[in-house]
Design a protein around this ligand. Sequence first.
Ligand code: SAH
Length: 355
Amino acid sequence: MKEKIDIMSLTINELTQYVIELGEKSYRARQIYEWLHNKLVDSFEDMSNLPKSLMQLLDEQCFITTLVVEGQLASSENETIKYLFKLKDDHVIESVFMKYKHGYSVCITSQVGCRMGCKFCASAIGGLNRDLSASEMLEQVYAIQKLSGKRISNVVVMGIGEPLENYDSLIRFIKVLSSQEGLHISQRNIAVSTCGLIDKILALADERLKITLAISLHAPNNKIRVQIMPVAHRYSYQTLIEACKTYVKKTNRRITFEYILIKDINDSEACAQELSCVLSNILCHVNLIPMNPIEERSYEQSPKKAVTAFKDILVSHGIQATVRRELGQDIDAACGQLRRKHSQGRQYESVRSNP
Ligand code: SAH
């Protein structure tokens, strides 16, 4: 039997081509696309402006990706909710819903697990199972919009996984999510975070997207970076910084550098001075992140004083820097933490149906 088509992963052009191949008029593609990506239905039967025969044909040849809520955990203020979703093959991923300055934001997973091996990260511990499809990435946003009843205006690809390792699905995801006939989330409100896969950063620079690229830098030099991020063995610090400069030049978009502050590893004033020099000529913003401690590692969070001093040094060098709000530490909102507990069969409390 022929494998069914993952219809939600098709761009509008691909869908149009498919519909024409079925012998239908091309406007049907736009109707189907709107049902999938704007009205967010999860069955062909619900596509009420399609002829019955087409609904049946689609049902025979295609599938619509859905996610099952496996668990849901709200932070004490109820403004951050972490969802555990089960995929078709029973793998579990996590996505986070957050209230953000003027709207609502979702942080999505791009791979089941991760093979980048960052030492401070819970997602890295179990390794990589598989990539997510574009539809599985989209459905995290769609499902949360439906569950929360709130219109999602920001999406960050900062959950489990290395999105640039799943490059084709990522690009599809961004194009569909920002398309006019879909949820039409502005590319300026979509951010993608990478640990620094240089060839893919350079490829991304040529895609002409308006997204924000975030680089998980986490160190002021190669020596410290290799200690905490194995990817630095593959791509040296200096080549990463050069790739970032090229990215800014080509896209004219400001880069975000993420920097987790880990006690006695990368949080000294000397580190801040060195980082200031490295970033002095780059159009960028530095997001300082107090590390969420994970049980499996001995790394500790930097003291508040060190965080402030670090930030002040960057700012005194004219570099824009902010300290990320700590959202949802009480619900294990750091990358991969909840999924890990779930896979170990551990208890997590309070399942709520609505925020
Ligand atoms: N692989 C991508 C995206 C997933 S990680 C990347 O590396 O950017 C998303 C962000 O969460 C990264 O900046 C990552 O370094 C950070 N992160 C991972 N573990 C963390 C922890 N324990 N505390 C705080 N941030 C963490």
